[in-house]
Design a protein around this ligand. Structure first.
Ligand SMILES: Cc1ncc(COP(=O)(O)O)c(C=O)c1O
Length: 371
């Protein structure tokens, strides 16, 4: 079996070759060098542009040495100095936010919505009409990756804001993958990472922070996190163009490389490539008798779950696909009858052709045997 499989997973993903080059040969080698500050500023500028921010002076991207989970936690802890929060839950990652709040003692309530469709904004609005005064802030998931469900980010953000809340969103699997209007959504915080549609390697979490709200958090008092102190990190990075502690220069260089790559490709072309490759795979698999789950209108078409033919479970399927050179992830963890595909990574036409050939080999006889 090949040592390095082609990843068709929702992060980490297949990375462009320029990322390898910058990881091995970063433009500087210490995080307090002048060269690091230059790279830091360039990344700020390009990341805001790739995020579609129209008023870059209103925001700062704080870099944390953490994956998406840690970055969400740091952001919620920072918001918690304001008082009680409301966590919106309609899937696996919303549940994780709730678990993080419960375990770390963040005062919160949960607003639930069904997990097989986008979050119900009208029900949220009704709930807030009589309950909003109990809360200071709210946090929700933009794209529920396991269920492959796209939540209406802009409408949710506007609704929470209308009721006077400070608003944060986990945009881990939607940022850079499809168009988000973060300013229209009126978000105060948006979390993303290096490992997904940005196509760098895992390691850094980004928090897009609205300056005015950071001032309010500082005025409200210190959060109890020391290492993952969002406000402390924001202030240091804004002033010194470097992190408080020794974050790997190589990871920042990988971000630099990803920005250079995506600015060259064009973010709209990147979004289009992700969609068109996924639609091609959905169409091809349909021809093999393998259908996509979730109604078309709810699907992100960035990450999609499929039902395996009867008699073939995920573990065996994954082994067979790995023999063909591809790493394919499970869908909903507890359901072995599914697998998941994601086209966020730097997949070429050749990768797609290889993937289709692998599906043909692994699935064709199975679906025939069942038919
Ligand atoms: C929506 C969402 N939130 C949070 C996470 C957690 O990110 P990480 O695995 O980087 O901690 C993921 C990971 O897939 C995700 O898709």
């Amino acid at each position: 079996m090949r040592k390095n499989l082609t990843l068709v997973t929702p992060g980490p993903v297949k990375i462009p070759s320029i990322i390898h080059e910058y990881l091995v040969n970063p433009p500087c080698n210490y995080h307090r060098q002048e060269g690091f500050g230059v790279m830091f500023d360039e990344n700020q500028r390009d990341l805001k542009q790739l995020m579609g921010i129209k008023d870059p002076a209103a925001f700062f991207i704080t870099n944390l040495l953490a994956s998406g989970t840690g970055t969400n936690e740091a952001t919620m802890r920072a918001m918690a100095v304001l008082g009680k929060g409301l966590i919106l839950r309609n899937g696996f990652f919303g549940q994780r936010l709730v678990d993080q709040c419960t375990r770390t003692g963040i005062e919160h309530d949960v607003f639930d919505s069904p997990d097989d469709r986008p979050l119900d904004v009208a029900a949220l609005n009704d709930f807030l009409a009589s309950n909003a005064s109990k809360y200071k802030w709210a946090y929700f998931v933009s794209h529920e990756t396991r269920a492959t469900l796209k939540n209406p980010l802009e409408q949710i953000g506007q609704t929470l804001k209308k009721h006077g809340l400070v608003v944060g969103a986990d945009c881990v699997s939607s940022m850079f993958a499809y168009k988000l209007d973060l300013e229209d959504a009126q978000l105060d915080f948006a979390v993303a990472t290096t490992s997904k549609a940005l196509m760098a390697v895992p390691g850094i979490g980004f928090v897009l922070c609205r300056h005015t709200v950071m001032a309010a958090l500082k005025a409200a008092g210190k959060a109890d996190a020391y290492y993952l102190d969002l406000v402390g990190e924001y202030e240091k990075q804004k002033k010194e163009r470097a992190p408080r502690f020794g974050q790997p220069v190589e990871l920042h260089a990988a971000v630099r490389a990803a920005c250079i790559h995506l600015m060259q490709v064009g973010i709209e072309n990147h979004h289009k490539r992700i969609q068109s490759q996924m639609l091609e795979l959905i169409h091809y698999l349909k021809g093999l008798g393998v259908t996509a789950l979730l109604e078309d209108k709810y699907r992100s078409n960035v990450v999609v779950n499929f039902t395996l033919p009867a008699g073939l479970e995920y573990t065996e399927f994954q082994t067979l696909m790995a023999r063909e050179g591809f790493y394919v992830l499970y869908g909903l963890i507890e359901d072995p009858s599914m697998f998941q595909l994601c086209t966020m990574g730097d997949l070429t036409d050749l990768d797609l052709a290889g993937l289709k050939a692998a599906f043909n080999k692994v699935l064709r006889d199975r679906t025939r045997a069942v038919a």
